[in-house]
Design a protein around this ligand. Sequence first.
Ligand SMILES: [Zn+2]
Length: 426
Amino acid sequence: MAPKAIRPELSEGRGGVGPLIPPLAESQRPLRQQVFELVRAAGLMPRVQVAKDLGVSPASVTTIASELIEAGLIEEVSAPRDSEAGRGRPAVALGVRAEAYLVAGMKLSDREHTAVIVDFAGKLIADDVIPRHPGPMSLPDILEAIETLLHRVCAKAGVERSQLSALGVGVPGFVDSAEGMVFWSSVLAERSVPLAAAATARLGLPAYVDNDANLVALAELWFGAGRGLSDFAVVTIEHGVGMGFVMNHRIYRGAQRVGMELGHMKVQLDGALCRCGQRGCLEAYIADYALAREASTALNWGHKESQPINVLLESLYDHAKAGNATAKSIFRRAGRYLAVGLSNVVNLFDPSLIILSGERMRYDYLYAAETLAEMDNLSINTGRPRPPIEIHAWGDLLWAHGAAALALSEVSEAILSSQSRDIAAQ
Ligand SMILES: [Zn+2]
């Protein structure tokens, strides 16, 4: 059906003008939350500096800091003074009380499941990994796998599961994090699975889920290169292709929270078949299964199809390095499609940095000079340099760490907002 042309009504008279921003938008978070987040980001910060940075009176920071200390969320720490002037009396700074809460983060993937436990200050306490056979799992099987891994990582950390306050879980695919729904994932056999609710019920522990690429972006935002950047993209190339986009220091998700699916951006009409069921997706040209599919046709590797995909890809990579023209052209073609995808990201969002992340980034053909030159040719020409591209060949540990950051932010948000409500009720 053709869209109906709608003539927007212009506000007139007393209807008001200007954006209708709800009172508690991001920029107007309660001062308590702002103080806590500033201290957490700084590591250690004196009260005076907190007041200065937030543009509020030192007295109000002192009041809020006392409440946060009483609630056990932050603590006073003696900090070394920077200058000579303060000699004699040790300076006191505020810091997050690391032992206040423990959370777990987990990445579920086709190759392995990875988990971490971090403290309230985000420090890694323990990690563990369980390799697995690729392929979709049923919901009961995946819950079983989550519970087993959680049990193991808790044992490694020397903590009881009851000491954890939350679990963050990253899965590939279409995920609505706010609702905890997984609409489609390569690790799940069913569609539209309420994974967060199911895991919460099974474990007796609040669980949160998100798209794994969003969690890598969150990890870069919390622990990595993105801490000081307002707008950047993380593109992940693994079993699939994903993107996490940070806009104004927050993960951008879209109206229905399933946006930024770079892997399913169409790069070819009626093109190659993608795992999502549609054709011509970027992922169907550059993800590992796409390269393996190419290899089995172009190199007559049909007999190798029973091999694990990573073994097959290693072998393809070895052939390319040894000068096999067909193997080289498979990577080169994938690199050209990657250039199309990345230049579209540049043209649409104008990020200050693009981080390429994931296991596949070891295959340097993907980001060879030709790929970057192709990307330059396809990006709009303003005479200014395009954003830098960084390769972060982090392991799954970083992804799991991102899942832990999700759990941490949910825990602190819940505690701080319930405190605000208590105080408002008094
Ligand atoms: Zn697709």
